[in-house]
Design a protein around this ligand. Structure first.
Ligand code: ARG
Length: 459
Protein backbone atom coordinates (compact mmCIF):
# COMPACT_ATOMS: atom_id res chain seq x y z
CA UNK A 1 0.00 0.00 0.00
CA UNK A 2 1.12 3.54 -0.66
CA UNK A 3 2.62 5.52 2.20
CA UNK A 4 0.15 7.19 4.53
CA UNK A 5 2.26 10.38 4.77
CA UNK A 6 2.84 10.99 1.06
CA UNK A 7 0.80 8.32 -0.68
CA UNK A 8 -0.97 10.89 -2.85
CA UNK A 9 1.38 10.63 -5.78
CA UNK A 10 2.31 6.95 -5.33
CA UNK A 11 0.45 3.95 -6.59
CA UNK A 12 2.51 1.28 -4.88
CA UNK A 13 4.48 0.87 -1.70
CA UNK A 14 8.23 0.32 -1.54
CA UNK A 15 10.09 -2.86 -2.37
CA UNK A 16 10.96 -4.82 0.78
CA UNK A 17 14.64 -4.14 0.24
CA UNK A 18 13.93 -0.46 -0.30
CA UNK A 19 12.23 -0.47 3.08
CA UNK A 20 15.22 -2.23 4.63
CA UNK A 21 17.74 0.27 3.33
CA UNK A 22 15.53 3.29 3.90
CA UNK A 23 14.13 2.75 7.37
CA UNK A 24 16.00 4.25 10.30
CA UNK A 25 13.53 3.51 13.08
CA UNK A 26 15.64 0.64 14.42
CA UNK A 27 18.15 3.20 15.69
CA UNK A 28 16.64 6.68 15.50
CA UNK A 29 14.03 5.64 18.06
CA UNK A 30 16.69 6.88 20.45
CA UNK A 31 15.62 10.39 19.45
CA UNK A 32 12.04 9.89 20.70
CA UNK A 33 12.32 12.25 23.65
CA UNK A 34 13.96 14.98 21.56
CA UNK A 35 11.41 14.50 18.79
CA UNK A 36 8.51 14.93 21.18
CA UNK A 37 10.15 17.92 22.85
CA UNK A 38 10.71 19.61 19.49
CA UNK A 39 7.18 18.89 18.30
CA UNK A 40 5.66 20.19 21.52
CA UNK A 41 7.56 23.45 21.17
CA UNK A 42 6.55 23.68 17.52
CA UNK A 43 2.86 23.10 18.28
CA UNK A 44 2.85 25.70 21.06
CA UNK A 45 4.45 28.23 18.74
CA UNK A 46 1.99 27.46 15.90
CA UNK A 47 -0.88 28.17 18.30
CA UNK A 48 0.53 31.37 19.73
CA UNK A 49 1.10 32.62 16.19
CA UNK A 50 -2.53 31.81 15.36
CA UNK A 51 -1.51 29.20 12.76
CA UNK A 52 -3.39 26.38 14.54
CA UNK A 53 -6.04 26.61 17.23
CA UNK A 54 -5.24 26.50 20.91
CA UNK A 55 -7.38 23.42 21.35
CA UNK A 56 -5.55 21.57 18.56
CA UNK A 57 -2.21 22.58 20.08
CA UNK A 58 -3.31 21.31 23.48
CA UNK A 59 -4.49 18.00 22.03
CA UNK A 60 -1.22 17.66 20.13
CA UNK A 61 0.96 18.55 23.10
CA UNK A 62 -0.81 16.18 25.48
CA UNK A 63 -1.04 13.43 22.91
CA UNK A 64 2.71 13.67 22.32
CA UNK A 65 3.36 13.08 26.01
CA UNK A 66 1.23 9.96 25.83
CA UNK A 67 3.16 8.76 22.79
CA UNK A 68 6.43 9.34 24.60
CA UNK A 69 5.38 7.46 27.69
CA UNK A 70 4.19 4.58 25.52
CA UNK A 71 7.60 4.54 23.87
CA UNK A 72 9.42 4.72 27.17
CA UNK A 73 7.34 1.85 28.52
CA UNK A 74 8.12 -0.18 25.43
CA UNK A 75 4.44 -0.28 24.54
CA UNK A 76 4.61 1.28 21.09
CA UNK A 77 5.33 -1.16 18.28
CA UNK A 78 7.45 0.75 15.79
CA UNK A 79 6.84 0.26 12.12
CA UNK A 80 9.58 0.16 9.49
CA UNK A 81 6.99 1.16 6.92
CA UNK A 82 6.84 4.47 8.77
CA UNK A 83 10.60 4.78 8.23
CA UNK A 84 11.75 6.81 11.17
CA UNK A 85 10.99 8.10 14.63
CA UNK A 86 9.38 11.27 13.28
CA UNK A 87 6.71 9.47 11.31
CA UNK A 88 6.20 6.77 13.90
CA UNK A 89 5.49 9.41 16.53
CA UNK A 90 3.16 11.36 14.25
CA UNK A 91 1.28 8.26 13.16
CA UNK A 92 0.74 7.20 16.75
CA UNK A 93 -0.39 10.71 17.61
CA UNK A 94 -2.97 10.44 14.86
CA UNK A 95 -4.26 7.15 16.31
CA UNK A 96 -4.62 8.87 19.65
CA UNK A 97 -6.05 12.29 18.81
CA UNK A 98 -7.21 12.06 15.22
CA UNK A 99 -7.40 15.02 12.89
CA UNK A 100 -5.44 17.66 14.88
CA UNK A 101 -2.36 15.43 14.57
CA UNK A 102 -2.29 16.27 10.88
CA UNK A 103 -1.78 19.95 11.72
CA UNK A 104 1.45 19.44 13.62
CA UNK A 105 3.58 19.25 10.51
CA UNK A 106 2.50 22.73 9.34
CA UNK A 107 5.50 24.93 8.51
CA UNK A 108 7.89 22.09 9.22
CA UNK A 109 9.71 19.30 7.41
CA UNK A 110 11.46 16.22 8.63
CA UNK A 111 14.62 17.95 7.48
CA UNK A 112 14.52 20.67 10.12
CA UNK A 113 12.89 18.25 12.55
CA UNK A 114 15.68 15.70 12.45
CA UNK A 115 18.36 18.38 12.54
CA UNK A 116 16.71 19.80 15.67
CA UNK A 117 16.26 16.42 17.35
CA UNK A 118 19.83 15.44 16.66
CA UNK A 119 21.27 18.71 17.91
CA UNK A 120 19.32 18.34 21.13
CA UNK A 121 20.69 14.83 21.52
CA UNK A 122 24.30 15.72 20.77
CA UNK A 123 24.04 18.75 23.05
CA UNK A 124 23.10 16.43 25.93
CA UNK A 125 26.06 14.24 25.09
CA UNK A 126 28.38 17.24 25.37
CA UNK A 127 27.05 17.86 28.87
CA UNK A 128 27.44 14.20 29.79
CA UNK A 129 30.98 14.17 28.40
CA UNK A 130 31.97 17.18 30.48
CA UNK A 131 30.50 15.57 33.57
CA UNK A 132 32.28 12.29 32.87
CA UNK A 133 35.57 14.10 32.30
CA UNK A 134 35.19 15.89 35.63
CA UNK A 135 34.75 12.53 37.35
CA UNK A 136 37.98 11.21 35.83
CA UNK A 137 39.75 14.42 36.80
CA UNK A 138 38.50 14.06 40.38
CA UNK A 139 39.83 10.51 40.54
CA UNK A 140 43.20 11.67 39.21
CA UNK A 141 43.28 14.53 41.70
CA UNK A 142 42.69 12.05 44.52
CA UNK A 143 45.74 10.11 43.36
CA UNK A 144 47.76 13.29 42.92
CA UNK A 145 46.94 14.56 46.37
CA UNK A 146 47.89 11.27 48.07
CA UNK A 147 51.16 11.01 46.18
CA UNK A 148 52.16 14.64 45.69
CA UNK A 149 55.72 13.86 46.84
CA UNK A 150 56.10 10.23 45.81
CA UNK A 151 59.02 9.97 43.45
CA UNK A 152 58.88 7.92 40.27
CA UNK A 153 60.90 7.85 37.08
CA UNK A 154 59.83 10.28 34.41
CA UNK A 155 60.37 8.88 30.93
CA UNK A 156 61.19 10.04 27.46
CA UNK A 157 61.35 7.36 24.77
CA UNK A 158 60.11 5.12 27.62
CA UNK A 159 63.69 5.32 28.92
CA UNK A 160 64.32 6.74 32.38
CA UNK A 161 64.79 10.47 32.01
CA UNK A 162 64.45 12.44 35.26
CA UNK A 163 62.65 11.77 38.52
CA UNK A 164 59.16 13.23 38.74
CA UNK A 165 56.44 12.99 41.33
CA UNK A 166 53.45 10.68 41.07
CA UNK A 167 51.22 13.66 41.68
CA UNK A 168 52.78 15.52 38.78
CA UNK A 169 52.21 12.62 36.42
CA UNK A 170 48.54 12.39 37.47
CA UNK A 171 48.13 16.14 37.00
CA UNK A 172 49.42 15.91 33.44
CA UNK A 173 46.26 13.96 32.60
CA UNK A 174 44.11 16.36 34.59
CA UNK A 175 45.34 19.11 32.25
CA UNK A 176 44.63 17.05 29.12
CA UNK A 177 41.14 16.14 30.22
CA UNK A 178 40.53 19.75 31.19
CA UNK A 179 41.19 20.78 27.60
CA UNK A 180 38.92 17.96 26.42
CA UNK A 181 36.11 19.37 28.55
CA UNK A 182 36.83 22.77 27.03
CA UNK A 183 36.46 21.33 23.54
CA UNK A 184 33.03 19.88 24.39
CA UNK A 185 31.99 23.20 25.92
CA UNK A 186 33.12 25.09 22.80
CA UNK A 187 31.33 22.64 20.52
CA UNK A 188 28.20 22.88 22.61
CA UNK A 189 28.18 26.67 22.45
CA UNK A 190 28.62 26.62 18.67
CA UNK A 191 25.93 23.99 18.04
CA UNK A 192 23.38 25.71 20.23
CA UNK A 193 21.38 27.25 17.38
CA UNK A 194 17.98 25.92 16.44
CA UNK A 195 17.25 24.52 12.95
CA UNK A 196 13.48 24.24 13.59
CA UNK A 197 11.45 26.37 11.18
CA UNK A 198 14.00 26.10 8.38
CA UNK A 199 11.36 23.69 7.02
CA UNK A 200 12.47 21.62 4.04
CA UNK A 201 15.24 24.01 3.01
CA UNK A 202 13.89 27.45 2.16
CA UNK A 203 11.96 28.56 5.24
CA UNK A 204 8.19 28.91 5.20
CA UNK A 205 5.49 31.38 4.27
CA UNK A 206 3.64 30.76 7.54
CA UNK A 207 4.17 33.51 10.14
CA UNK A 208 6.17 31.31 12.49
CA UNK A 209 8.29 32.57 15.37
CA UNK A 210 11.61 30.78 15.24
CA UNK A 211 12.97 32.75 18.15
CA UNK A 212 10.19 31.37 20.35
CA UNK A 213 10.87 27.72 19.46
CA UNK A 214 14.60 28.24 19.78
CA UNK A 215 14.13 29.64 23.25
CA UNK A 216 11.66 26.96 24.30
CA UNK A 217 14.20 24.30 23.38
CA UNK A 218 17.06 25.97 25.21
CA UNK A 219 18.90 27.16 22.11
CA UNK A 220 20.65 30.52 22.10
CA UNK A 221 19.06 31.56 18.80
CA UNK A 222 17.64 30.12 15.58
CA UNK A 223 20.05 29.12 12.80
CA UNK A 224 20.30 32.14 10.52
CA UNK A 225 20.23 30.31 7.18
CA UNK A 226 17.59 27.73 6.39
CA UNK A 227 19.78 25.87 3.87
CA UNK A 228 22.64 25.61 6.33
CA UNK A 229 20.26 24.61 9.13
CA UNK A 230 19.06 21.45 7.37
CA UNK A 231 22.21 20.48 5.54
CA UNK A 232 25.13 20.60 7.90
CA UNK A 233 26.22 18.10 10.50
CA UNK A 234 29.34 19.87 11.63
CA UNK A 235 27.91 19.94 15.16
CA UNK A 236 28.03 16.14 15.22
CA UNK A 237 31.50 16.17 13.69
CA UNK A 238 32.75 18.56 16.33
CA UNK A 239 31.40 16.25 18.98
CA UNK A 240 33.15 13.32 17.34
CA UNK A 241 36.34 15.35 16.96
CA UNK A 242 36.35 16.28 20.62
CA UNK A 243 35.56 12.67 21.55
CA UNK A 244 38.35 11.39 19.29
CA UNK A 245 40.96 13.63 20.89
CA UNK A 246 39.74 12.76 24.35
CA UNK A 247 39.65 9.03 23.56
CA UNK A 248 43.28 9.42 22.48
CA UNK A 249 44.08 10.84 25.91
CA UNK A 250 42.22 8.02 27.63
CA UNK A 251 44.06 5.53 25.46
CA UNK A 252 47.44 6.91 26.54
CA UNK A 253 46.54 6.78 30.20
CA UNK A 254 45.15 3.27 29.71
CA UNK A 255 48.39 2.19 28.08
CA UNK A 256 50.38 3.52 31.03
CA UNK A 257 48.15 1.58 33.41
CA UNK A 258 48.70 -1.58 31.39
CA UNK A 259 52.47 -1.09 31.54
CA UNK A 260 52.49 0.01 35.17
CA UNK A 261 50.43 -2.92 36.40
CA UNK A 262 52.83 -5.47 34.86
CA UNK A 263 55.08 -7.55 37.10
CA UNK A 264 58.08 -5.80 35.55
CA UNK A 265 56.91 -2.38 36.70
CA UNK A 266 54.54 -2.86 39.64
CA UNK A 267 53.93 0.88 39.78
CA UNK A 268 50.24 0.30 40.36
CA UNK A 269 47.99 -2.48 41.52
CA UNK A 270 44.67 -2.47 39.74
CA UNK A 271 41.63 -3.23 41.81
CA UNK A 272 39.96 -6.61 41.35
CA UNK A 273 36.89 -4.64 40.34
CA UNK A 274 38.60 -3.59 37.09
CA UNK A 275 40.54 -6.74 36.32
CA UNK A 276 39.89 -10.24 35.02
CA UNK A 277 41.57 -13.57 35.50
CA UNK A 278 42.70 -16.24 33.10
CA UNK A 279 40.89 -19.51 32.49
CA UNK A 280 44.20 -21.39 32.37
CA UNK A 281 46.84 -19.41 34.25
CA UNK A 282 45.80 -19.22 37.90
CA UNK A 283 48.19 -16.39 38.80
CA UNK A 284 46.84 -13.96 36.23
CA UNK A 285 45.16 -10.68 36.93
CA UNK A 286 44.72 -8.84 33.68
CA UNK A 287 44.00 -5.14 33.22
CA UNK A 288 41.18 -5.75 30.74
CA UNK A 289 39.35 -2.53 31.46
CA UNK A 290 42.47 -0.53 30.67
CA UNK A 291 43.05 -2.53 27.50
CA UNK A 292 39.49 -1.94 26.30
CA UNK A 293 39.88 1.75 27.07
CA UNK A 294 43.03 1.75 25.02
CA UNK A 295 41.05 0.23 22.16
CA UNK A 296 37.83 2.24 22.22
CA UNK A 297 39.41 5.07 20.27
CA UNK A 298 39.24 2.81 17.21
CA UNK A 299 35.49 3.00 16.85
CA UNK A 300 35.31 6.62 17.98
CA UNK A 301 37.78 7.88 15.40
CA UNK A 302 36.14 5.45 12.98
CA UNK A 303 32.81 7.21 13.50
CA UNK A 304 34.48 10.57 12.98
CA UNK A 305 36.01 9.46 9.69
CA UNK A 306 32.79 7.74 8.60
CA UNK A 307 30.64 10.83 9.09
CA UNK A 308 33.19 13.16 7.51
CA UNK A 309 33.22 10.84 4.53
CA UNK A 310 29.42 10.77 4.34
CA UNK A 311 29.24 14.56 4.41
CA UNK A 312 32.08 15.22 2.01
CA UNK A 313 30.87 16.34 -1.40
CA UNK A 314 27.15 16.47 -0.52
CA UNK A 315 25.44 19.27 -2.37
CA UNK A 316 23.10 21.52 -0.38
CA UNK A 317 20.65 21.01 1.08
CA UNK A 318 19.33 17.78 2.62
CA UNK A 319 20.22 14.41 1.10
CA UNK A 320 19.28 11.03 2.50
CA UNK A 321 22.97 10.28 2.92
CA UNK A 322 22.70 12.30 6.09
CA UNK A 323 20.56 9.65 7.72
CA UNK A 324 23.83 7.74 8.07
CA UNK A 325 24.95 10.25 10.69
CA UNK A 326 23.14 8.77 13.65
CA UNK A 327 24.40 5.26 14.20
CA UNK A 328 27.99 6.44 14.10
CA UNK A 329 27.41 9.19 16.62
CA UNK A 330 25.31 6.97 18.89
CA UNK A 331 27.96 4.29 18.97
CA UNK A 332 30.81 6.73 19.50
CA UNK A 333 28.98 8.60 22.25
CA UNK A 334 27.97 5.39 24.05
CA UNK A 335 31.47 4.03 23.99
CA UNK A 336 33.13 7.30 24.87
CA UNK A 337 30.89 7.88 27.89
CA UNK A 338 31.36 4.27 28.98
CA UNK A 339 35.10 4.79 28.71
CA UNK A 340 34.95 7.84 30.94
CA UNK A 341 32.99 5.93 33.59
CA UNK A 342 35.39 3.00 33.45
CA UNK A 343 38.41 5.28 33.66
CA UNK A 344 37.16 7.20 36.66
CA UNK A 345 36.37 3.97 38.51
CA UNK A 346 39.65 2.36 37.58
CA UNK A 347 41.77 5.35 38.58
CA UNK A 348 39.89 5.88 41.83
CA UNK A 349 40.26 2.21 42.78
CA UNK A 350 43.88 1.60 41.83
CA UNK A 351 46.74 1.62 44.33
CA UNK A 352 50.02 3.29 43.50
CA UNK A 353 52.93 1.32 44.97
CA UNK A 354 55.11 3.97 46.50
CA UNK A 355 58.01 1.57 47.13
CA UNK A 356 58.18 0.37 43.52
CA UNK A 357 57.86 3.89 42.20
CA UNK A 358 60.72 5.13 44.37
CA UNK A 359 62.95 2.14 43.68
CA UNK A 360 62.47 2.65 39.94
CA UNK A 361 63.04 6.38 40.28
CA UNK A 362 66.62 5.85 41.43
CA UNK A 363 67.47 3.37 38.72
CA UNK A 364 68.72 4.39 35.30
CA UNK A 365 70.89 7.32 36.46
CA UNK A 366 67.83 9.51 36.63
CA UNK A 367 69.66 12.30 38.48
CA UNK A 368 72.38 12.72 35.84
CA UNK A 369 70.87 16.07 34.81
CA UNK A 370 70.98 17.23 38.44
CA UNK A 371 74.66 16.34 38.49
CA UNK A 372 75.32 18.29 35.29
CA UNK A 373 73.35 21.26 36.64
CA UNK A 374 75.42 21.10 39.86
CA UNK A 375 78.66 21.26 37.85
CA UNK A 376 77.34 24.38 36.12
CA UNK A 377 76.16 26.03 39.34
CA UNK A 378 78.91 25.07 41.77
CA UNK A 379 81.97 24.46 39.59
CA UNK A 380 81.29 27.05 36.91
CA UNK A 381 81.42 24.65 33.94
CA UNK A 382 79.62 25.55 30.71
CA UNK A 383 76.57 23.24 30.43
CA UNK A 384 77.96 21.38 27.41
CA UNK A 385 81.17 20.53 29.33
CA UNK A 386 79.16 19.54 32.39
CA UNK A 387 77.06 17.28 30.14
CA UNK A 388 80.23 15.58 28.89
CA UNK A 389 81.73 15.13 32.37
CA UNK A 390 78.45 13.69 33.65
CA UNK A 391 78.29 11.35 30.69
CA UNK A 392 81.72 9.99 31.66
CA UNK A 393 80.55 9.51 35.24
CA UNK A 394 77.46 7.62 34.04
CA UNK A 395 79.68 5.39 31.89
CA UNK A 396 81.88 4.76 34.92
CA UNK A 397 78.95 3.89 37.16
CA UNK A 398 77.51 1.65 34.48
CA UNK A 399 80.86 -0.16 34.22
CA UNK A 400 80.99 -0.61 38.00
CA UNK A 401 77.37 -1.65 38.13
CA UNK A 402 76.39 0.98 40.67
CA UNK A 403 74.38 4.19 40.85
CA UNK A 404 75.88 7.68 40.51
CA UNK A 405 75.52 8.24 44.25
CA UNK A 406 77.59 5.08 44.91
CA UNK A 407 80.70 6.37 43.12
CA UNK A 408 83.47 7.47 45.47
CA UNK A 409 84.55 11.08 45.54
CA UNK A 410 88.04 9.96 44.53
CA UNK A 411 86.73 8.21 41.46
CA UNK A 412 84.65 11.27 40.55
CA UNK A 413 87.59 13.62 41.00
CA UNK A 414 89.57 11.50 38.59
CA UNK A 415 87.01 12.34 35.95
CA UNK A 416 86.93 16.03 36.88
CA UNK A 417 88.95 17.52 39.71
CA UNK A 418 86.47 20.35 40.27
CA UNK A 419 83.95 17.94 41.84
CA UNK A 420 83.70 18.05 45.65
CA UNK A 421 81.59 16.28 48.28
CA UNK A 422 78.78 18.82 47.76
CA UNK A 423 77.76 16.82 44.70
CA UNK A 424 76.22 14.08 46.84
CA UNK A 425 73.55 16.55 47.89
CA UNK A 426 71.99 16.51 44.40
CA UNK A 427 72.24 12.83 43.51
CA UNK A 428 69.18 11.67 45.44
CA UNK A 429 65.79 11.53 43.71
CA UNK A 430 63.92 13.36 46.48
CA UNK A 431 66.21 16.37 46.31
CA UNK A 432 65.97 16.24 42.53
CA UNK A 433 62.19 16.60 42.42
CA UNK A 434 62.18 19.09 45.30
CA UNK A 435 64.50 21.32 43.30
CA UNK A 436 62.20 21.43 40.23
CA UNK A 437 60.23 24.39 41.53
CA UNK A 438 59.87 26.31 38.27
CA UNK A 439 56.25 27.11 37.35
CA UNK A 440 54.64 23.91 36.14
CA UNK A 441 57.54 21.85 37.49
CA UNK A 442 57.37 18.55 39.34
CA UNK A 443 58.28 19.78 42.86
CA UNK A 444 55.79 18.55 45.48
CA UNK A 445 54.92 22.13 46.46
CA UNK A 446 54.04 22.98 42.87
CA UNK A 447 51.98 19.79 42.62
CA UNK A 448 50.01 20.65 45.76
CA UNK A 449 49.31 24.12 44.39
CA UNK A 450 47.92 22.67 41.19
CA UNK A 451 45.85 20.08 43.03
CA UNK A 452 44.32 22.89 45.06
CA UNK A 453 43.64 25.01 41.98
CA UNK A 454 41.99 22.17 40.09
CA UNK A 455 39.94 21.06 43.09
CA UNK A 456 38.59 24.58 43.35
CA UNK A 457 37.94 24.78 39.62
CA UNK A 458 35.98 21.56 39.30
CA UNK A 459 34.60 21.18 42.83
N1 ARG B 1 15.11 9.77 8.86
C1 ARG B 1 15.56 10.94 8.17
C2 ARG B 1 17.02 11.24 8.57
O1 ARG B 1 17.42 10.73 9.53
C3 ARG B 1 14.70 12.11 8.46
C4 ARG B 1 14.73 13.17 7.43
C5 ARG B 1 14.08 12.68 6.18
N2 ARG B 1 13.93 13.72 5.23
C6 ARG B 1 13.67 13.47 3.98
N3 ARG B 1 13.62 14.50 3.17
N4 ARG B 1 13.52 12.25 3.51
O2 ARG B 1 17.71 11.99 7.93
Amino acid sequence: AANQMWGGRFSSGPDAIMEAINASISYDQRLAAQDVEGSRAHAAMLASQGIISDSDATAIREGLLTVLSEIEDGKLAFSAALEDIHMNVEARLKDLIGEPAGRLHTARSRNDQVATDFRLWVRDQCDAAIEGLRAVQRALLGQAEAGADWVMPGFTHLQTAQPVTWGHHMLAYVEMLGRDAGRFADARARMNECPLGAAALAGTSFPIDRHATAEALGFDRPCANSLDAVSDRDFALEFLGAASISAMHLSRLAEELVIWSSAQFRFVTMSDRWSTGSSIMPQKKNPDAAELLRAKIGRIVGANVALLTVMKGLPLAYSKDMQEDKEQVFDAADNYLLSLSAMSGMVADMTANRGSLEAAASAGFSTATDLADWLVREAGLPFRDAHHVTGSLVALAEKEGCGLEDLSLVAMKEVDSRIDEGVFGVLGVASSVASRTSYGGTAPDRVREQVALWSERIG
